[in-house]
Design a protein around this ligand. Structure first.
Ligand code: ATP
Ligand code: MG
Length: 436
């Protein structure tokens, strides 16, 4: 049980610059309430992010009333005006009710209404369907206050209907469970399970956003384990892992254990996919979920590092550092350690090698040997002048960088040029020559 002392209407700590927006609307004979995630998080005494207000005023009326503020017509058709109050974007949304949903994602029509209750009824969960007014206190038609106190996520209205209308709500429920550590009321959970295949109607971007929030939050392992049947709709490649036992645990459970041992959301996603034998699986999943190009590269590198892992010598560790950079290489090593820790049969040899690689990497960084081509004392121009052509230029520079960083060759122009001479017999043009 959570002690929600803040549930007394008069003690809700709405910041003054938000309070003055509410007061202005109410003084102008409209109604304005604090609603949504902002109210939920205030009541729980958790950090708030975006601020949701609901009002009987129409969008044009909100814009007119706050003409001395910067306002953005964010979604006029859906009734949302963003008012910038001391740089905080406040979403002021007109009370509305929604028509039928034919695409399992968005209502075909919305209507503005003067009724707060109508507005609360369209909201997804009881803990998100509360409203607070400075004079009237808490408005709670669906028992959201008790559910907040008890830590329960419960659909407003008939759960199957609500998830059938909008399948994104299934992931929103899991995300809230992961962030708040709440449990999902069983009829709500059953309906989520029954309607899970409708997630195919949800845009990949929205799935990605909710998935990352699930993975970032404190209770993600519980959610992934308890709602595996839903998570494997989003990550179907993980489906078969649930059936394969390794000792007491399934390979799915082991993947979750691996993810628990790393910290950021993309790294956790990579940890989930790490042990799946499908070529380029990290890239495939990240592209399907429309991650940014950088994230696709990062997730791909993290997952494929399983089969592309350096030896414990200075040369190959330096190559890995040069290729991935300190941060990504560090994340790769963390993932490797997590994987070794969750293996059923412990592998002392592999752990020793990991320690050695980590040590060599640290030593290279400490001695400033994580140089880039641009740090070299000579450039491509110097090699052109020395008669090098085409790909041989880049290859020679890479070779010198390795000699400087790994073999402590002094980084001075005359030394570097002499090194190329003594290297002798190398082509000054043509295809690159890779030294391993
Ligand atoms: P957070 O701000 O932490 O992302 P939130 O619950 O505020 O969580 P928003 O997307 O900001 O999420 O939505 C604000 C409010 O709008 C919600 O609290 C809920 O009342 C309502 N809402 C949002 N999305 C839906 C949905 N798909 N179906 C029904 N109601 C929704
Ligand atoms: Mg919100």
């Amino acid at each position: 049980e959570r002690g929600l002392s803040l549930l007394q209407a008069d003690s809700l700590s709405v910041p003054p610059h938000i309070r003055s927006l509410i007061d202005r609307l109410n003084a102008a004979d409209y109604e304005c309430y604090v609603v949504g995630g902002f109210l939920r998080d205030l009541l729980l005494d958790r950090p708030t992010h975006d601020i949701d207000l609901a009002t009987s005023a129409l969008p044009e009326e909100v814009m007119a009333l706050f003409s001395d503020y910067r306002t953005i017509p964010t979604g006029l058709i859906h009734g949302t005006v963003t008012v910038l109050a001391e740089d905080d974007p406040v979403e002021v949304t007109t009370f509305r009710k929604e028509g039928l949903y034919s695409d399992h994602r968005r209502p075909d029509e919305v209507w503005f209404t003067k009724s707060l209750e109508e507005d609360l009824k369209r909201r997804d969960f009881t803990i998100n369907a509360l409203a607070w007014h400075p004079d009237l206190g808490l408005v709670d038609p669906f028992g959201g206050r008790t559910d907040l106190e008890d830590g329960i996520i419960r659909a407003v209205g008939r759960p199957t209907d609500r998830f059938h209308e909008d399948a994104l709500r299934i992931l929103r429920a899991l995300r809230l469970a992961s962030e708040l550590g709440f449990s999902i009321e069983h009829k709500t959970a059953d309906a989520m399970h029954d309607k899970r295949s409708l997630l195919s109607h949800v845009a990949s971007e929205r799935i990605r956003i909710e998935l990352l929030r699930i993975l970032r939050a404190e209770h993600f392992a519980f959610v992934l384990t308890k709602y595996a049947a839903i998570m494997t709709v989003v990550l179907p490649e993980m489906g078969p892992l649930r059936q394969e036992m390794q000792g007491e645990l399934s390979r799915y459970d082991i993947a979750v254990e691996r993810a628990k041992r790393v910290d950021d959301a993309e790294q956790r996603l990579a940890a989930l996919l790490y042990d799946i034998d499908i070529p380029e699986i990290g890239k495939t999943v990240a592209e399907r979920l429309r991650f940014s190009n950088n994230s696709v590269k990062r997730i791909d590198a993290l997952v494929s590092s399983r089969n592309d892992y350096p030896e414990a010598d200075k040369r190959s560790v330096w190559r890995a550092l040069h290729r991935w950079g300190d941060v990504l290489f560090g994340a790769i090593l963390e993932l490797r350690r997590a994987d070794l820790e969750v293996r059923v049969a412990s592998d002392e040899k592999a752990l020793k090698k990991l320690d050695a690689i980590t040590g060599i990497k640290e030593a290279l960084l400490q001695s400033g040997k994580d140089l880039q081509l641009s740090d070299l004392a000579i450039s491509g121009h110097d090699l052109l002048a020395a008669g090098y052509r085409g790909e041989a230029i880049g290859e020679a520079l890479e070779y010198l960088l390795l000699r400087v960083c790994v073999d402590d060759l002094p980084n001075r122009p005359e030394v570097l040029l002499a090194e190329l001479e003594t290297r002798g017999g190398e082509a000054k043009s043509g295809s690159p020559h890779i030294h391993r």
